[in-house]
Design a protein around this ligand. Structure first.
Ligand code: PEP
Ligand code: MN
Length: 475
């Protein structure tokens, strides 16, 4: 019997009957319950039609008609909810996607690790700070980075909701007011980029695109529909859905299409439904973000996270590291994608540049032997984290590029296709990763090292990556 049919009925809280990893223990479970029921009564942050649009776009990605760019902070802090930081993040994602569109001649689906990427899994529950053992920082929605704020505080979940809402509101506002408009080059200038070669290459792309648009204008090819498509873009939000109490509180029922004459309405007015729907008549959507993923530490087949994920309609990601057995991967897909929907699952592989050749081929072959058609996405960051002599956690640009290019060629050799990248990056001029066209070295790291968690590619390194990927696909 297929695995999904042998399991018990799903409900937004059925994960509670399964063993859970990375659980947060609060001093006052009653306070947690009160906060969670408050969140459950707050409006959704994203809508069902938006989530369905992303599902359709990820189907295109899985079938080779589009490419996925997912990126953002390792750990988003509440303090990042501020106009310039949001603008900078949006800008680098848009600029990278412009380079990728140009190089690959394919539409780019953009998903930001943003507006909710607050919870962090940790390899150890404790850490030593100034010789003292304290609880590890678990992300702003659990505790504070300040050593005096490590007690898990349920009120932070409410704060996470409002910071997510404010961030997503500003993103919508920016996109709505022409921030992504290719006709307005101010938003597209190169900020910090000092290297002449990159400025030149990027400027050539923008000029060619603006020329093409101007030409279309002259010949009257830009009807209002087309103009608006070039003036704004889709940008989706995502986070690791680690804190299941919070995710459950934002899981909302929507009547199945068959209950609405087979048509999705452009806007789904009552979530949660005013009249409770019978469970068999509704679909469940996680309305905290468009896309959610399961981390490498919480993807146990019989665990709480897989149980929660299998029941929501959102497209979902699964991190796949060297410890994943090929047969286990097939079982994960069996549980999360019982209807064999192309693009329902994005496999975000993260082995490390030195380990990818030993792991990826068996994973690709195992999936090819099934009828599942996931999106294959490369996270070249998490398998390539090292510690610099200065003690800073870092990643080398060359190792990141090496894992991406190996991934592209291994997929090609096996008749598969790498269809996306997942990057930890920021639009700011930080010094957390080494290498790239600025040639940052270990000794440069202390000059502007800001991350609370993993090291991020800075603005220029991110643009470098986009050019490199575009070139590999052009060859
Ligand atoms: C992350 O994406 O920040 C992360 C913790 O990744 P992984 O689960 O792959 O280790
Ligand atoms: Mn990370």
């Amino acid at each position: 019997m297929p695995e999904h049919l042998s399991t018990t009925a799903w409900a937004p809280d059925s994960w509670k009957s399964k063993p859970i990893k990375q659980d947060v223990v609060y001093d006052d479970p009653k306070e947690l319950e009160e906060v969670v029921s408050r969140v459950a009564n707050l409006p959704p942050l994203v809508s069902q039609p938006e989530i369905d649009r992303l599902r359709a776009q990820l189907r295109d990605v899985a079938e080779g008609r589009a490419f996925l760019l997912q990126g953002g902070d390792c750990a988003e802090s509440f303090d990042y909810c501020e106009p310039t930081k949001i603008e900078d993040k949006l800008k680098i994602l848009l600029q990278m996607s412009l380079v990728l569109v140009w190089g690959m001649r394919l539409p780019i689906v953009r998903i930001a690790r943003m507006a909710g990427q607050y919870a962090k899994p940790r390899s150890s529950a404790y850490e030593t700070v100034n010789g003292e053992q304290i609880l590890s920082y678990r992300g702003d929605n659990v505790n504070g980075i300040d050593p005096g704020q490590r007690r898990p505080d349920p009120q932070r979940l409410l704060s996470a909701y409002f910071h997510s809402a404010s961030t997503i509101n500003y993103v919508r506002l920016l996109l709505d007011s022409g921030f992504a408009d290719i006709h307005q080059p101010e938003a597209w200038d190169l900020g910090y980029v000092r290297k002449e070669e990159i400025r030149h290459e990027y400027q050539t792309i923008v000029n060619r695109l603006t020329d093409a648009l101007g030409f279309m204008g002259v010949i009257g090819a830009t009807g209002s529909g087309q103009t608006s498509a070039l003036s704004t873009v889709d940008l989706y939000t995502s986070h690791e859905a680690l804190l299941l109490e919070y995710e459950q509180a934002l899981t909302r029922a929507v009547a199945k299409p068959s209950e609405r004459g087979g048509r999705r309405q452009p806007y789904e007015p009552s979530t949660p439904p005013r009249k409770p729907l019978a469970p068999e008549l509704c679909d469940w959507y996680n309305m905290s973000a468009h896309f959610i993923w399961i981390g490498d530490r919480t993807r146990q087949l019989d665990g709480a996270h897989i149980e929660y994920f299998r029941g929501v309609k959102n497209p979902v990601g699964v991190k796949v590291g060297p410890s994943m057995e090929p047969a286990e991967l097939v079982r994960v897909l069996g549980i999360l994608d019982p209807l064999l929907e192309p693009g329902r699952v994005t496999l975000i592989t993260r082995y490390g540049a030195g380990k990818i050749a030993d792991n990826l081929p068996a994973h690709i072959k195992a999936v090819q032997a099934t009828a599942h058609r996931p999106v294959w996405c490369c996270d070249p960051c998490h398998g390539n984290t090292t510690t610099a002599p200065t003690g800073h956690k870092t990643r080398s640009f060359d190792a990141i590029i090496s894992e991406i290019t190996s991934s592209i060629s291994i997929h090609r050799e096996l008749g598969s296709r790498l269809s996306g990248v997942h990057l930890e990056l920021t639009g700011e001029h930080v010094t957390e990763c080494t290498g790239g066209s600025q040639e940052l070295s270990h000794s440069d790291l202390p000059s502007n090292y800001q991350t609370f968690c993993d090291p991020r590619l800075n603005y220029e390194q991110s643009l470098d990556i986009a050019f490199k990927i575009a070139k590999v696909y052009q060859d």
